[in-house]
Design a protein around this ligand. Structure first.
Ligand code: PLP
Length: 369
């Protein structure tokens, strides 16, 4: 006989998910409506306009994909990559490589520019790469969760326009916590997730495409090779037709709507400032106990910090003790940085000075052992 579900009460300071805001949990704990109920359709409209706000875009085609960030990532490529299209991808970490793998599966002629993990591309490097490859699509990861580096975007969209290239941006670890100006930057396709900066649970993932990107989808010679993520079909559910497409995960959408409402209530600029202020406090506190950050200060993310594991310290054992003895989750390194860094997230509801204090106190105790 199984007992009713009991889950440990952890403070999630890893790369995501972050702890959902209590108001978001409460919103999700509400009776589901039908996915074509007028009240639910009205809620979808609200999600769309709130997403435009947090992304700073006017894109009509701005929706939430029913799935995690990877589904929304796949949606950007599935819709726009036609067999033979040159797709240029900036790879400076684990998620750049995931884009490479995916774009190839949709028949893209994939080219890459690379940087050591923890560094970012300069505008000159991007300019040269665009002139060399003349891609149909250029993809960058704004916030590389595997390294903690923030890729600057100023000027990139302008260069892409010159070459008729669509600019695609991964904002999974930036939305809600890092300033983003999609329209000002000339970004054509972007995706994110619900479980990090927005402070919701995973499963309803923001997706947006510019009219220019939509035109490419409409002019395709072949059908989108993924029925579930086909934006021409999904657009009919999210747009005025309201045609059945799939049964939306209703309660997750309640949560997402509440999470976005909370960001709007706080004010986007204040929300960004809170993330920046708290992460600077984190860096200061970690440095005060002798720890070093992996990324140069100028390019560090407000949402995720990679902290160098000191020589002679077993990083895995420390993370395990933090989890089991202090109920605090931090992440380990991915790929090239495995065993070299811890990944500490301060995202959404968790971006508070109390999170920093709790972590640093616990770390002091664990490291002294
Ligand atoms: N892109 C980046 C930069 C991420 O950090 C993640 C997940 O952490 C993803 C994509 C994939 O998102 P998900 O795990 O929600 O599928």
């Amino acid at each position: 006989q199984l007992s009713p579900l009991e889950v440990p009460n952890r403070l999630l300071l890893g790369p995501g998910p972050s702890n959902a805001h209590p108001a978001v949990l409460q919103a999700m704990n509400t009776t589901p409506l039908g996915h074509l109920d007028p009240s639910f359709l009205a809620l979808m409209d609200e999600i769309q306009s709130l997403l435009r706000y947090v992304w700073q875009t006017e894109n009509p085609h701005t929706i939430a994909v029913s799935g995690t960030g990877t589904a929304a990532m796949e949606a950007t490529l599935a819709n726009t990559v036609e067999p033979g299209d040159v797709v240029l991808i900036g790879v400076a970490g684990y998620f750049g490589n995931r884009l490479v793998d995916m774009a190839g599966r949709y028949g893209g002629d994939v080219r890459t520019i690379t940087k050591p993990w923890g560094q970012v591309f300069s505008l000159d490097e991007i300019k040269t790469a665009l002139e060399t490859h003349k891609p149909a699509i250029f993809a960058l990861v704004h916030a590389e969760t595997s390294t903690g580096a923030r890729q600057p975007l100023e000027g990139v969209g302008e260069l892409c326009r010159k070459h008729g290239t669509l600019l695609l941006l991964d904002t999974v670890t930036s939305l809600g916590g890092v300033p983003i100006f999609l329209d000002e930057w000339g970004v054509d396709l972007a995706y994110s997730c619900s479980q990090k900066g927005l402070g919701c649970s995973p499963g309803a993932s923001p997706f947006t495409m510019s009219p220019r990107a939509m035109e490419k989808v409409q002019k395709r010679e072949t059908k989108v090779a993924n029925w579930y993520l086909d934006m021409l079909l999904l657009g009919k559910y999210w747009g005025s037709d309201r045609t059945y497409h799939h049964t939306a995960p209703i309660n997750l959408y309640y949560g997402l709507r509440e999470a976005l409402r909370l960001v709007a209530e706080e004010g986007l600029a204040s929300c960004w400032q809170r993330h920046q202020k708290n992460v600077e406090y984190l860096w200061e506190q970690l440095e005060s106990i002798g720890l070093k950050m992996h990324v140069a200060k100028e390019y560090r993310l407000p949402t995720l910090t990679t902290v160098c594991i000191p020589d002679g310290v077993d990083g895995k054992a420390v993370a395990r003790q933090l989890l089991l003895e202090h109920n605090i989750e931090v992440g380990g390194g991915l790929g090239e940085l495995a065993g070299k860094v811890w990944r500490v997230g301060l995202m959404g509801f968790n971006s508070r000075p109390e999170s920093v204090d709790r972590l640093v106190e616990a770390l002091k105790e664990v490291l002294s052992k």
